[in-house]
Design a protein around this ligand. Structure first.
Ligand SMILES: C[S@@+](CC[C@H](N)C(=O)[O-])C[C@H]1O[C@@H](n2cnc3c(N)ncnc32)[C@H](O)[C@@H]1O
Length: 226
């Protein structure tokens, strides 16, 4: 069984620990939903890749009562947690344990694709493949929303941002050793690129609109239209 859960949390404790790692974690989901709401009334299909434990879809399915949600994640453990959380909802289905690069055809093309904090584990070529695949899966005029850990523009900026993020995690009760462990994974297990690199990647892949939605600590969010 493959397991690409590269987060520092095991799937069972992910939900209880993620808020002390990613600043504004809930807002990231809430604002993704608010943005989509402002752009489309009733998307028929919403695909969430790297769905983790399904928290975004749990919220979005309440706000979009007619939308069908399709989820995938390479980690079987994450999918098991998501299934436990969401299985009673007949509008939610799972594609299986797949990376964004691997996903083949989805029977009906999604109007919305979200990839929240799930592509920064990829190096250049695989990241390109993952985003290109999301682009190809999306229907024309569809919306792609992505958030990632993002690299500040200068070496000094990286150090400052790490310290800023370190203080966030410590002040939210995370064990100091776990915090260092997490920050040491920068450029080792997650490979952040700058806002400008995100923008050119998304534009080169073919999105006709590419906009910065969010920047805080080391997380950036973008929305794009095909
Ligand atoms: C930090 S978690 C984010 C989960 C969820 N999107 C959320 O908002 O809580 C990162 C997730 O990305 C998944 N992941 C890792 N590599 C991936 C890839 N190549 N394509 C899609 N998902 C990936 C991991 O298995 C993990 O569930």
């Amino acid at each position: 069984m493959k397991n690409e859960n590269k987060t520092s949390h095991s799937a069972e404790i992910y939900d209880s620990q993620i808020r002390s790692t990613i600043p504004y974690y809930d807002f990231i989901h809430d604002e993704t939903i608010n943005l989509v709401k402002s752009m489309v009334d009733d998307p028929a299909i919403w695909f969430d890749t790297g769905c983790g434990t399904g928290t975004l879809v749990e919220k979005a399915s309440k706000e979009f009562p007619n939308t069908r949600f399709i989820l995938a994640d390479p980690s079987q453990e994450m999918l098991d947690e998501a299934r436990m959380k969401l299985s009673s909802n007949p509008r939610i289905e799972f594609l299986g344990n797949l990376t964004s690069q691997e996903i083949g055809k989805i029977p009906q093309k999604p109007y919305v694709i979200t990839a929240i904090q799930s592509h920064h584990y990829l190096k250049v070529d695989d990241r390109k493949k993952a985003v290109k695949n999301c682009y190809n899966l999306l229907r024309q005029d569809g919306i792609y929303v992505t958030f990632e850990n993002t690299r500040p523009s200068t070496k000094h900026g990286v150090e400052l941002a790490k310290n800023y993020w370190r203080n966030f995690q410590l002040s939210h009760g995370k064990d100091p050793e776990a915090v260092e462990d997490h920050l040491n994974r920068f450029d080792v297990e997650y490979f952040p690129i700058t806002v400008e690199e995100h923008r050119s990647l998304l534009e080169n892949i073919g999105f006709r609109v590419v906009e910065l939605l969010w920047f805080s600590y080391m997380q950036a969010g973008f929305y794009c239209i095909k």
